[in-house]
Write a protein that binds this ligand. Sequence first.
Ligand SMILES: *Cc1c(COP(=O)(O)O)cnc(C)c1O
Length: 216
Amino acid sequence: MSLSAIQGRIAKAEEKAGRAGQTTLIAVSKVQPNDRVKAVLDEGHRIYGENKVQEAAGKWPDFQAQYSDIDLHLIGPLQTNKARQAMELFDVIHSVDRPKLAKTLARLAQETGACPDLFIQVNTGEEAQKAGILPGEADAFVGECQSMELPVKGLMCLPPVDEEASLHFALLAKIAARNGLSGLSMGMSGDFEKATALGATHIRVGSAIFGERDYG
Ligand SMILES: *Cc1c(COP(=O)(O)O)cnc(C)c1O
């Protein structure tokens, strides 16, 4: 696959769903070597996702010096002691998943007068090893974040690998709708077309654009 092939598939899925131009493609560049990232930058793509603050801090400032208008999204868990650095580096944070983090972000936003756009991560599969607020606690948590004046734009999920993703996308869409949130960060390399059909506004595609990640 390549960037243009993925863009073509997204456009088709959007059209089929009557949602032309409504999904933002986040190219997930975690672990990928710089030359692969540079190739996608050179094709003109400007929206990228990383799952670790440290890794992003090591690689994006150089790219940001070379390419203008890069939009950087944090899609992985955020420790409170890295919140300040994350708020400086990222334009959007998709992994707001607990009250302690929300409080820290609110305090820093107050102090600095700025805050990235935020998505609340929902653990739709209620998996013990996965981050995210439980579906039953999501409404209260959205309210709590809003009462702290955090700029919550939507919800994010990462479905269990062994379950039908569509059920989780539909659940996330339902929780967002009843909370009046328009943003839906859902869908990855294997299921972004389903996510687009169910209303995704942000899809996070890594390996289908860059190739398999080499963790060796
Ligand atoms: C790595 C990652 C992705 C991209 O996964 P691919 O299967 O490579 O498309 C999407 N979302 C999150 C949260 C990730 O950590």
